[in-house]
Write a protein that binds this ligand. Sequence first.
Ligand code: GLA
Length: 504
Amino acid sequence: MTIRLLLLIPLLLAQSRSAADLTGHWLYTFQTPDGQTREMSLWLTAKAGTFTGYMSQFGNDEPITDGQITADKISFAVVRDNFGEIRRTEYTGRLNGDTLTLYMPASNGRPGRELAMKHVSAEAPKPLPPPAPKTSLPPAGEVQSNGLAQTPPMGWNSWNKFASRVSDQLIRETADAMVRNGMKDAGYIYVNIDDTWEAGRDANGNIQTNKKFPNMKALADYVHSKGLKIGLYSSPGPKTCANFEGSFKHEEQDAKQYAAWGFDYLKYDWCSGSRVYDYHSMQAVYAKMGQALLDSGRPIVFSLCQYGVLKGPQWGVKVGGNLWRTTGDIRDTWDSMSHIGFDLQADLAPYAGPGHWNDPDMLEVGNGGMTDTEYRTHMSLWSLLAAPLLAGNDLRNVPPNISEILLNKEVIAIDQDARGKQATRTSKEGDLEVWARPLSDGGHAVGLFNRGPSTTKVTARLADMGITGKCKARDLWAHADRGEVTGTYTAEVPSHGVVLLKLK
Ligand code: GLA
């Protein structure tokens, strides 16, 4: 008994000591899939059951509030301004000697996880400098249209499947594949490099590429030699979303560089913009790059990525935008895709038209998180919405069930219809929705969707889309004529599925 008690004493001491020793630098490092090292830190000062400090990740230092220590448990919160909406995230942790197990709560559809942080220094952190004043820009003047993207841009983007694993070689192999597998012939023309290509700047402020992209000009030339076009990514703030170099204070210089390399498309992603710009200057910030691209003298499609905040779809066209994201990031799940596609696009039709499109984010077709039925719904809905069709899967090896979805020419023709009218929802009864858009040949594209758990009959009322009299129906997935229709059209639609029709 006495021996047991004696053995417990150092343990009890260790626990009380670790709580007091919270002060200092706690570090968690990890490798990205392409071998880069990233870190996340807590810099803490403990004082009688409480602590203060900040959390550093993605180049941001975020102050901690309500730090509490109880025995080996800690808790704190970080309060963030998420585009004008103040959000508080609660963290908890467990101390064990020089390890702090931090529980990161689930966010943005990502599950919660535990990070084992190490105590790498016991020195108390210096207080954070007061935040630098944000730059306010005068209201934006209108940027002239570049005349591009008369139909929604089609192509491929590296992010959804490859994230930071994008490289020169992947872009070349993807371009080769697009020529070989029919994607190019079907209209998928842009091969777009997303985030993580950037390095720092040289002494003259010229943006540099990292070792994954040894020669951008040669790469652009290669993609052009295949009859395709090439796109790039940047951010208006000092850092991109993945914490690479952004275009802050180098907008004109970067636009000229993209043009000199031979790029045809730029996705411009807000991210760290909030660190340096007054939030309400966002329109002017985008106008700055819109004008810089125009002034570069090269036709470059301008893709705004500001997630639809501050009524982005209403002013995207005024800053020279050809497309603008309308929501946060899509994920390869039914819940994410259907929520973005059905719930968040319904009021946006007035803002789309030739040269300027709503962008509900890139396709996830073929990435493995949804069934073929769900991917057909994804492709149908995006086509009805006149959305950009940017494939987001590995195009070097596409199984037949997936090519059939991406290469359905009758569906693509709906997306690319010259009239450029985005669909509206013409009816919604619980899980059953009908969406329709008028087409340039006087016909209509109509989607009968079933978001529910079992096969159900869905009825489209032609009067809801302004169709009177008789018309002929064609099923664009069955590739079959369905005869004459008057008044209504009813079809059995599988769970999470669609029947996509052309009525004429
Ligand atoms: C944001 C964008 C994504 C992608 C990543 C890259 O999350 O919305 O589409 O570009 O940044 O870091």
